[in-house]
Design a protein around this ligand. Structure first.
Ligand code: HEC
Length: 159
């Protein structure tokens, strides 16, 4: 084996080792979700999800996040406005829609917030995002009081 082949092989071994370490350290969906959160949600809800009292609600221990998935997906896709009380604090502001993110990106960021910030919810799949997206036809923002009751994920009719 000449020197080149040796260093090629060493490089391969190190690359594989790195991949294994990366794979063990963190779930790639959560890594992607965290990145999307930083890029698109943290501007309002802040990097640690604490929000800004009276303006942007905190995402910590939130029933909107850990609760019904269908409602959370509708909120992310279309945004909402109007009076809302989150953990005893009142808000009356506008959350912009995030339907420009694709199904995979939304599933990653919602799975991330459901496991972060003292929340505890199972993952959201890209299929679930797609089913809810297909059931919505208006570009309007949801009114918070109406969205509160819009639970459940519509199943595709041909299954
Ligand atoms: C432009 C600012 C803005 C951005 C960007 C934004 N939100 Fe919001 N969000 C708000 C506001 C304002 C409300 C409350 C709306 C109201 O008063 O009806 C809210 C409400 C929420 C709620 C329900 C209340 C709570 O605190 O649990 C969740 C969950 C949420 N946002 C998640 C997200 C996620 C996830 C993203 C990124 C994909 C995001 N938001 C991006 C401003 C924003």
């Amino acid at each position: 084996m000449n020197t080149n082949q040796k260093s090629d092989r060493r490089c391969l071994v190190y690359s594989l080792l790195l991949l294994v370490l990366m794979g063990c350290s963190e779930d790639p969906v959560l890594v992607e979700g965290k990145q999307i959160f930083k890029s698109y949600c943290a501007v309002c809800h802040q990097a640690e999800g604490n929000g800004i009292p009276g303006t942007f609600p905190s995402l910590h221990a939130s029933e909107w996040i850990s609760g019904d998935k269908g409602r959370l997906i509708r909120l992310a896709l279309k945004g909402m406005q109007g009076p809302i009380v989150v953990n005893g604090e009142s808000y009356n502001n506008v959350m912009t829609p995030h339907g420009f993110l694709n199904d995979q990106q939304l599933s990653a960021v919602l799975t991330f917030v459901r496991q972060e910030f003292e929340n505890n919810g199972d993952p959201v799949s890209a299929e679930e995002i797609g089913w809810v997206r297909a059931s919505l036809n208006s570009d309007d923002l949801f009114i918070a009081s109406e969205l509160a009751g819009m639970t459940g994920i519509p199943q595709p009719s041909n299954e």
